[in-house]
Design a protein around this ligand. Structure first.
Ligand code: NAI
Length: 319
């Protein structure tokens, strides 16, 4: 079996002083990458700072014969983190946006500071770091970027309105960067992990805490960041050695008008609600163009007064 290697490449991992980020840093370094170990070293709520978090991981990598340098900036100053990569190693090939904090409170009790800090670290931080790396990746015609989302973003979670909003924002960012980066061989994928870490201490049940180890997510991130991985724009869930994938799903829907001069009433919507919500034979649009294409076809059919029961773009043979 040919080992997946990252020799000659430079990986920047944010929030790599512990938890998942530390395992990413150790794995990339053990596979030949020079690693920028970024960590502000504050509390899981985003308070304080401590250089030791990043330093300890760098020491571990160097003792094992790898190459690494620490960076202690907040991801809110992402350009400084990328500068560390350029100053020390001359390039940046891989960026794993992993740094994160929690400020959990029910929505009623969430204060503006809880909202702002979570958005700043997760969304602004990923934006700043990625924006700085983007220039270099475009010039070298190569890049692999990871955004870190969460089940809380995808499904919602009581007490995490701020975090859910931030985590799903990263999926949107990844979806667009995957398209904008494609022609320059820059891939952007999203990881949705579950792992026992200080962030999930007291939240995950003990069995999950012990078995969903962060080192079981790292190989998935490593594969997504390898030059031989064709994946771009994927949302991948990984936990405890299980790996799966998300995609969008929509119902076939119903056209509630037969003519362009016909209006729509709330009652008409209500009366078709079961059919509107029927996921049998559902569709999985893979792009905005594909999703909007159906609407374009429906409008054309209305104009031509030829509304077929099933628009052409919905393949009647679909299960
Ligand atoms: P963790 O708390 O162990 O690691 C996060 C690291 O980010 C910490 O070392 C922290 O010092 C660093 N950090 C925080 N703010 C920073 C900033 N402004 N600049 C630079 N570094 C900063 O947590 P864990 O579990 O390893 O989480 C990693 C990522 O995975 C986070 O984005 C988290 O939201 C996400 N995640 C984790 C899940 C889990 O089950 N552990 C579930 C879903 C998502």
């Amino acid at each position: 079996m040919v080992e997946l290697r990252f020799d000659g490449q430079v990986a920047v991992i944010t929030g790599a002083g512990g938890g998942l980020g530390k395992e990413y840093a150790l794995l990339f370094a053990s596979r030949g990458a020079a690693v920028v170990v970024n960590d502000l070293g504050g509390s899981f709520k985003g308070e304080g700072s401590d250089k030791r978090a990043a330093d300890l991981v760098v020491d571990e990598i160097i003792k094992a014969g790898g190459k690494a340098v620490a960076n202690y900036d907040s991801v809110e100053d992402g350009e400084k983190i990328i500068k560390t990569a350029i100053d020390h190693f001359g390039r940046v090939d891989i960026l794993v946006n992993n740094a994160g904090i929690l400020r959990d409170r029910s929505f009623l009790k969430t204060e503006e500071l809880d909202w702002d800090l979570v958005q700043k670290v997760h969304v602004k931080g990923a934006y700043k770091t990625t924006r700085a790396a983007w220039e270099y990746m475009r010039k070298q015609n190569y890049g692999r970027i990871i955004m870190t989302s969460s089940g809380s973003g995808i499904y919602g979670n009581f007490g995490q309105a701020n975090y859910s909003a931030a985590k799903l924002a990263l999926v949107g960012l990844s979806n667009t960067l995957a398209q904008e980066g494609k022609s320059k061989n820059i891939h952007c994928n999203t990881i949705v992990p579950i792992a026992g870490s200080r962030m999930t201490q007291g939240i995950l049940p003990p069995d999950l805490m012990d078995n969903a180890r962060p080192d079981l997510v790292a190989p998935v991130v490593a594969w997504l960041c390898h030059e031989s991985c064709p994946e771009n724009g994927a949302i991948i869930e990984a936990a405890a050695g299980w790996v799966g994938r998300y995609r969008w799903e929509r119902t076939r829907g119903v056209t509630l008008r037969k003519r362009t001069d016909e209006g729509l009433s709330p009652e008409k919507v209500r009366d078709s609600w079961d059919e509107i919500s029927d996921f049998r034979g559902s569709l999985h649009p893979e792009s905005n163009q594909e999703a909007a294409g159906l609407i374009g076809e429906i409008v054309q059919n209305l104009i031509e007064n030829t509304t077929p029961a099933t628009p052409k773009s919905i393949n009647p043979d679909d299960p």
